[in-house]
Structures are given as C-alpha cells and as structure tokens.
Design a protein around this ligand. Sequence first.
Ligand code: ZN
Length: 321
Amino acid sequence: MLGAALLSAMTLIGCASGSASGSTSDSAADDAQSVEHAAFSGDSAYAYVARQVEFGPRVPNTAAHRAAGDWLIGELRRHGAEVVEQPLRLRAFDGTMLDARNIMGQYNPDASERLLLLAHWDCRPWADEDDDESRHKQPVDGANDGASGVGVLLEIARQLGRQAPSKGVDILFVDAEDWGSSGDEDSWALGAQAFVENPPVAGYLPKEGILLDMVGGKDACFYREYFSDRSAGALNSRLWQIAGQLGYSSRFPNASGFAVTDDHVRFIEAGIPTVDIIEYNREAGGFNPRWHTSSDTMEGISAETLQAVGSVVAEYIRKYY
Ligand SMILES: [Zn+2]
C-alpha cells in the first residue's frame, strides 16, 4: 500500500473498538439477527490468512511466492471457479525484473454483467516503516497488507462454490502491488496496471469493482475513500448501508475524508468504477501502525474484522449478483 492523504479536517467520528454487534444502542445489530443474510465465516477467512503467512513473505522472485501462487490457483479451482492466469515479467522502479502473475477465478464466466473483487497477494520486500532501521531491508509477513484481502476473497470463493451467483463474479489476485518507491506513484500496483493494459480475458469489462486492502487489523475502522466515492459513489453508499444493516455502523462510519492511491485507481483509470475498502485511522492520520513493518504478522489479525468486511461484501453479492 502506498500514499494516503487526509483531505480535510472534518468532524471526527470515533471508531468504536471491538465488535459493533455488542452495542446495545444499535438497533440495526438486533435487527440483523432476525434477517436472512449471506453466509461468511470470519474464522475460515482467518485460516486462509494464516495459511498464506505460513508460506513466508510472498515477495516476487522467491520460492514462497511461487508456491503461494500455485496454492491460490488450487483453492479457486477447488471452490468451482474457472481460473485465468496472467504470467507477467515486470520491471520494478529499481530495475529488478519481477516474475509475477495475476490470478483470476471466474464464476459464471459467460455472464455479461460482472462484479470484480480484488486484492493484492504479494508482500512488500522491505519493512521500511519499521522503527528498527536494521529491519528495513527485511521483507514483511504481509498478514494484513496482502493476505487479509486475499483471505476474505478465498472465503467468498468457498461460499460461491456452495451457492453460485446468478450473475458474473470474478475474484482477482493482483501481483506486484507493493514493490514500490514512496516518491514514485507509478512504481506501485504494477500487476493491476498490466491487467488493465492487457486483460487476460478479451474485452474484459466488469460493471464495477471492489478492492480489499488491509481488512484484517484488530479494531480496524473503514471510512469512505475519496477516489472510490468519486468513481463509484453509489456502490460505496450501498456497501456502507449494508454495513449499517448488518450492525457494523461503528466499524464503517458513513464519512469520508482521506484519499489512497491503491490498485483501484488503475481500474478507475481504465473505466471500471472501483471502490477500495481499506483501514485508515483518521484520528491518527495514517494506516495501521503495523503497516510495512516487521509487526505485520498474525498477531495483528482479527477474525472479527475479517467477519465484518467479508459479511458486507458477501451480502452485496447476494443482493445484486
Ligand atoms: Zn503495502
């Protein structure tokens, strides 16, 4: 994950810690128990995050990266998706040639109306935000930054394997998001860039997209992101409305105020309205403190957070796809 900026000093809305459903004053939480909604297991998503971390840092050009990629393909197939692989050779900002691949699992590949769900699956090769400078050259585990979004989407794949959507749904794992340089916006999201420039499916044009990035942090809070609202405000509104209906309104404050240059911007530029669900601490003005540090490990991951994000996306699919 790359740059973010607080756009304006708006009225601060506190993000309550812990599970939103524990709030007695939130009538939506009570209602949610009596209303049917989409199946999603935060514990299963958590196991999918842990499994990725077990491979070791999924940094391009490493054995862990290759093995994890093969495993992702196997999981998508096991859950009934038709898999499209896009092998890539990408030049990073530092001249390194990256052996990368985008991996997409399609449900109802012939349906014309499609929803694209995506997350990056690679890890940053450098923990350069760590307080300990001696760790700046070490790769990160990427439990939150990478594996969390992929874990949620693998659990969604498992659910779609049980109950197929009536329209098209694609789960895309983009590579080489995080081998970037802080001063150079174009150096990030190389896999997403390659995908939109040369889609592996001819004429590929989903109706809309949802990016998940850093969606597993303990007590994480999700505000509406600026580029998301600008390109797909109605989609963002629906997602935040669903979050409220499911009892997660304190985790998903219906408020905006920050901008992030992430994989979704590549898709927006290619004409696909796309939103980014990403943790951002508006009060502290930054990402999760474990971001790009040696502490981005399973200790920072919460099944409750994965449950909240996954439930919202799964419910969106149930309602509209
Ligand atoms: Zn990152």
